[in-house]
Design a protein. Structure first.
Length: 286
């Protein structure tokens, strides 16, 4: 599939991915030592939800717009607040007109001692990303293919941090490249945290990726842990549209499983299309 982000910004897949990203970065705040965020396929940084592309997809209307309007329990609301506050900061007039991509969400979570490296090779997207992060001394935009950058930038000097691997899945072999890229990076930095995003279109491809990542993580020294999260907003149909999104989280915060068990059930109703959504959260087996 071809995941052009201007068409999908603020959709349910972004919501799930960015909630997890913020929870992982919030955990890194618990120690004063600096950390680094590495985003291998960063995109444009900020997306105009009033653009023709965004309106044509309309995914923000059934994604972030619903979450902004939903009510959550006393347990879940504080867990979602940092993410929602970041989105609100890009929409000061209350109308939902802009959505921050992963690099801008991560940037909002950096403390003064933290740093971020983001990679983007598509010229128009890179130009927009540079404009969004202009003169930012904590964020570096690199004109380098994400698959090349992935093993090159780990381990970072900080020795703490998170690698987000979020390719566009424009190439047919993207699942294989994701598996190989993670394997190479993990061999160099087995103590880092990794967040891998994938579209759920082929059960064979997603199950194979999960088994591979769990096997690589488990064989690390020290052995890494892995979580698998998939969220579906509707039954898989023959249409080309994306209705299920997946994440593999390697070396997750020990708090993350419990947080997601609180959060995910409260997202099923607002994000569901034609009925409630559903999720699976598990420790994948090699």
């Amino acid at each position: 599939m071809n995941y052009r982000h201007d068409f999908h910004a603020g959709g349910f897949a972004d919501v799930i991915k960015h909630i997890v990203l913020v929870r992982m970065l919030a955990y890194l705040h618990e120690k004063p030592a600096a950390f680094r965020v590495i985003d291998t396929h960063a995109g444009a940084g900020v997306y105009d939800l009033t653009s023709d592309e965004a309106r044509r997809g309309g995914e923000s209307l059934t994604g972030i717009a619903r979450i902004m309007q939903a009510r959550f329990s006393e347990k879940t609301e504080p867990l979602l607040r940092p993410y929602l506050d970041i989105v609100r900061a890009f929409n000061p007039q209350r109308d939902l007109v802009a959505y921050p991509g992963s690099p801008l969400i991560a940037r909002a979570m950096l403390r003064p001692q933290d740093r971020m490296t983001v990679c983007e090779v598509e010229p128009k997207a890179r130009k927009r990303l540079i404009a969004a992060l202009r003169r930012d001394t904590q964020a570096r935009v690199v004109d380098l293919d994400g698959w090349t950058a992935l093993p090159a930038f780990v381990p970072p000097n900080e020795r703490r941090g998170l690698v987000l691997i979020d390719p566009s899945f424009e190439a047919k072999d993207e699942f294989e490249r994701l598996a190989a890229g993670f394997t190479e990076a993990f061999a160099k930095w087995p103590t880092g945290s990794y967040l891998l995003w994938y579209p759920v279109k082929s059960r064979r491809a997603t199950d194979g990726l999960a088994r591979h990542v769990a096997e690589v993580a488990g064989a690390g020294k020290p052995a890494g842990k892995c979580l698998r999260l998939e969220f579906s907003v509707a039954p898989q149909a023959a249409s080309p549209g994306l209705v299920s999104t997946g994440l593999l989280i390697v070396n997750p915060p020990w708090t993350l499983m419990g947080e997601l068990k609180a959060i995910l059930p409260e997202l099923e109703k607002p994000l569901g299309q034609g009925g409630a959504g559903r999720f699976r959260l598990e420790v994948p087996k090699p």
